[in-house]
Design a protein around this ligand. Structure first.
Ligand code: FE
Length: 260
């Protein structure tokens, strides 16, 4: 479990199941707690040790992001906030939100960003002042989520939107996919020194049993091929120099889907 402290917020990363992460955000001044994407309730309730939870934040409706909602709500009193567009599929939802909405958490303003792709109503939660982004299944370390409900063009627009956040933003993505993402990225961008550096770091962290989450947006901009579809080196390799960014992204995503 790693706790990062930013602007009076501490974020604990709870690994669950094979590769999911639940995030426990604590405001150090007030002790207020928020939980992001509770795959299941028990590891969260254990961490709480009887404390109350103010908010559950869901990025999208997939079961591995919401299955802990109702039990945490019942036992720790949390208010559940998730995408309005997926309201019917979010257990215990109290408040549906859309891109542009803001949420108050212990004096922090949480901004909601629409990021359709993995699901059509997928949202991300951005703590602008603290520099934290909870990206769900959009950007992963050296990769991105599968495009399951939206179109590749929509997913690209979502990723492009996140590319414009401050580079120092810490990205808390919901899965530990870095090692597999790294193997694919290496086939696309083999001469990228930043990628090679990240691959070394990933090996070190995983060998030490540590998560590779969070990364920073700057790291992803430098090393994640899905954020670099406008780079000549990648376009040359994919033989699509004249294509629109979303087309290169779509091709890259198809290749990753078929990658063993
Ligand atoms: Fe997921």
């Amino acid at each position: 479990m790693i706790a990062e402290k930013c602007n009076e917020l501490s974020v604990q990363v709870l690994p669950v199941l094979d590769d999911n992460y639940i995030f426990l955000i604590e405001d150090m001044r007030t002790g207020a707690l928020a939980v992001v994407d509770p795959t299941e309730a028990s590891p969260v309730l254990e961490m709480l040790d009887g404390r109350r939870v103010d908010l559950i934040l869901n990025t999208h409706h997939h079961w591995d992001h919401v299955s802990g909602n109702t039990e945490i709500k019942r036992k720790a009193g949390a208010r559940v906030i998730g995408p309005a567009a997926e309201a019917d599929d979010i257990p215990g939802l109290d408040q549906g939100v859309v891109g542009g909405d803001t949420i108050a958490f212990a004096g922090h303003i949480v901004r909601v960003i629409d990021v359709p792709g993995n699901t059509i109503g997928h949202i991300a939660f951005w703590f602008k002042e603290a520099g934290l982004l909870f990206s769900g299944d959009t950007i992963f370390h050296l990769g991105c989520g599968r495009v399951q409900e939206a179109t590749p063009a929509q997913m690209w627009t979502s990723i492009d939107k996140l590319r414009s956040l401050p580079p120092e933003t810490l990205i808390y993505s919901s899965h530990e996919y870095a090692a597999k993402n790294a193997r694919f990225a290496l086939t696309i961008d083999p001469d990228n020194a930043d990628l090679l550096k990240q691959i070394k770091l990933i090996k070190e962290k995983r060998n030490a049993g540590m998560p590779t989450v969070p990364s920073t947006l700057a790291t992803e901009l430098a090393a994640n091929p899905f954020l670099r579809v406008d780079q000549d080196s990648i376009r040359q390799r994919l033989d699509c120099k004249e294509s629109a960014n979303w087309e290169v992204f779509a091709q890259l995503r198809r290749m990753k889907d078929a990658f063993q």
